[in-house]
Design a protein. Structure first.
Length: 270
């Protein structure tokens, strides 16, 4: 694909997807949506990729939907996603609940880390919330944004935020659409840590390398899949699924390698 709104790079088992419209604070468009899903599919299908890092170029992570696109929706009197029917569908096929925009992140087998380097508003916050881990620079502005545009909560954020930070905090952010900073987001558990801006991407890459070198690809994929499915099922089903996976994965070479590494007191070679 001819990428115009993102950059896609792979290095040391880490795929980095950079939203690359810095003059617009990486505002979201139909083309960016299409290119982003293509890149996510590439990374998730690549056996050499263990972790995906998503960030923004320049001063912003993603300032939400592009203002020109919003104007177009207003003129049409309805929503046009600006994507084609043949858009990539990474993570689809695991569960019907996950076969939707952004929810597909939960169907991936590869962990996704958001490096929130600048403002994340509306769909930009949605994207960050669907990542598995979030690290942010200090003083970054975040907002659900939809209330100021006479819109509903977007892309299932009304389902996701209460599960991430609890109903009371989610109600505050969703009903008010107020701006809050990364430090408050850390305090409420929405971001895992606030990291100095110059250290943000190195920190995320170091975390990703730890996952890539100390945890097997099979374990990462299985655990991510369990977390996603457990959002929709009861405890008994979760225990039964884990037992089935345990039995199967103990027959795999990476289990034998993990046991050998533990016994020999050395890092595993997954």
């Amino acid at each position: 694909m001819d990428l115009k709104t993102i950059r896609y790079e792979v290095d040391e088992r880490i795929a980095t997807i950079t939203l690359a419209r810095p003059d617009r604070l990486n505002a979201w468009t139909g083309r960016m949506h299409t290119e982003y899903r293509w890149a996510i599919a590439q990374a998730d299908d690549d056996p050499d990729v263990r972790v995906i890092v998503v960030t923004g170029e320049g001063r912003g992570f993603c300032a939400g939907a592009d203002a020109r696109a919003l104007s177009g929706h207003a003129e049409r009197g309805g929503y046009d996603p600006g994507t084609d029917e043949d858009i990539a569908r990474p993570g689809y096929g695991v569960s019907p609940e996950l076969d939707h925009d952004f929810a597909f992140h939960f169907g991936l087998t590869t962990p996704v880390i958001a490096a929130i380097n600048g403002p994340a508003a509306g769909v930009g916050l949605v994207l960050a919330c669907y990542c598995d881990l979030r690290f942010a620079a200090p003083g970054v502005k975040l907002t659900t944004a939809h209330g100021r545009l006479n819109l509903p909560a977007e892309y299932g954020l009304s389902w996701l935020l209460p599960r991430l930070i609890g109903l009371g905090r989610a109600n505050d952010l969703l009903l008010s659409s107020r701006v809050f900073l990364s430090e408050e987001a850390e305090a409420m558990g929405l971001v895992n840590a606030v990291v100095a801006r110059e250290d943000l991407l190195p920190h995320c890459n170091a975390y990703a390398r730890t996952l890539a070198t100390t945890v097997s690809r099979g374990s990462l994929a299985a655990t991510k899949r369990q977390i996603a499915l457990d959002l929709h099922r009861g405890l008994g089903d979760s225990v039964a699924d884990s037992a089935e996976r345990l039995d199967a994965m103990m027959g795999e070479p990476d289990f034998a390698e993990g046991v050998a590494a533990l016994d020999e007191k050395r890092p595993p070679r997954f």
